[in-house]
Design a binder for this molecule. Sequence first.
Ligand code: NI
Length: 176
Amino acid sequence: MAVLPVAKVGNPVLRQLARPLDPAEIRSKAMQQFIEDMFETMHEEEGIGLAAPQVSRSEQLLVMGCPGEGGFPDTVLINPVIVYYGPQQEEMWEGCLSVDGLRGKVTRPSMVRVRALDRQGAAVEFDATGLFAVCIQHEMDHLIGKLFLDRMADLSTLTQLEEFDQYWRKEPTSVI
Ligand code: NI
């Protein structure tokens, strides 16, 4: 197990298109170890999601997990595709382990249907809502070189952490 260094905004790896993984590669011992390292890194950094490009590997692999009420179980998504977006939109505070100290409001569809491979390389398809849906969309953006900053309709809600705690913490939030 190892905590991996997190690439920060400005690092070109965060702006690349990540490559898909093939099932044989997924089942390799090295890839299974990498997935464990990604979970360990996400927990160490107190995030609820981490995409492989954030640890400088431009591959279509995400780990997510958020225990507790309104949260979601530990999840690994490989080569994910959103096959359906729900009609409703939801605005939520987002942050990113690759963007230190900033939060901003992003509006996204509140429900998505995802098709992907799991950590064993098996096909999965499921619906996600609420924080899970937001997290999936945020993390999938990392696979196409997008950050939550790019998804803000305008920058008027951009907030530093101290000011977030002082003025906005009581609102629903997520740190992705
Ligand atoms: Ni992020």
